[in-house]
Design a protein around this ligand. Structure first.
Ligand code: KIV
Ligand code: NA
Length: 267
């Protein structure tokens, strides 16, 4: 099968089909998820947390992101590769956003970018789309604004639902090819999806969106251990943390006991 393109995601919504997105930050996961048929790979600014070890997504830089995006885009043969615009790389002006978006396509080899924010950013999205940078919008809970929003909180409850629908409509009108919603009540996300022609993606947003996304280390159970809290919206499909922990312990034991390397590993 050929490359997944943004019109294929639009077709999925038209046909009542769904698609899957996972984050990826380097070669092997990009290859494996691509082989599994995951339609969209997101090089999320969650790399701040999941690659660089920060407590929030805010510190990651464009340069730190571009190396990861390039690795994923070079490794995935079929998936659509979307790069997250990190905090501070698009808010100042449309010019800044276009320049950052162009860098992600030109240097990172991404096929599209994702950007947090509502109707306020409609002009920014329009400028990027004009410049040839496809934009996926991200509304609802937007982690880059966690200090402004007062932590991880469900968005779009009650009267806020209407504002979320207006945000989504404005971003669609501005040319966003897809609208992602994070931590939004299922009924609100369904209303947003119904209000739009373009496909939607959900994370903690119920089952009515066209696509779903998870952070791969959550999906595969790599992140975990003592004191680590996994969000309610995560489904864990494997326990990679235990598998790697057991492997590392077994290797260490073999080294300490002199079992490894054996004659078969020696010259
Ligand atoms: O950075 C990220 O991983 C994301 C997804 C969780 C939507 O933005
Ligand atoms: Na993100």
């Amino acid at each position: 099968a050929g490359r997944v393109r943004i019109h294929h995601l639009a077709q999925a919504k038209e046909r009542g089909e769904k698609f899957a997105m996972l984050t990826a930050y380097e070669q092997y996961t990009a290859q494996i998820f691509d082989e599994a048929g995951i339609e969209v790979l997101l090089v999320g600014d969650s790399a701040a947390n999941n690659v660089y070890g920060h407590a929030t997504s805010l510190p990651v830089t464009v340069d730190e992101m571009i190396s990861l995006v390039r690795a994923v885009a070079t490794s995935a043969k079929r998936a659509l590769v979307v790069a997250d615009l990190p905090f501070g790389s698009y808010e100042v002006s449309s010019e800044q956003a276009v320049a950052t978006g162009v860098r992600f396509l030109k240097e990172g080899l991404a096929h599209a970018v994702k950007m947090e924010g509502g109707a306020y950013y409609a002009d920014t999205v329009r400028a990027m789309v004009q410049a040839g940078v496809p934009v996926m919008a991200h509304i609802g809970f937007t982690p880059q604004s966690e200090h402004a929003l007062g932590g991880y909180r469900v968005q779009g409850r009650g009267e806020d639902a209407e504002r979320l629908i207006e945000d989504a409509r404005a971003l669609e009108s501005a040319g966003a090819f897809c609208v992602l919603m994070e931590m939004v009540p299922a009924a609100t996300a369904a209303a947003v999806d119904a209000a739009l022609t373009v496909p939607t993606i959900g994370i903690g947003a119920g089952n009515a969106t066209t696509g779903q996304v998870l952070v791969w280390q959550d999906m595969a159970g790599l992140r975990g251990g003592e004191g680590v809290r996994v969000a309610k919206f995560v489904k864990k499909y494997a326990d990679l943390r235990t598998i790697l922990l057991d492997a590392a312990r077994a290797y260490r034991e073999d080294v300490r006991s002199g079992q490894f390397p054996g004659p078969e590993h020696s010259f």
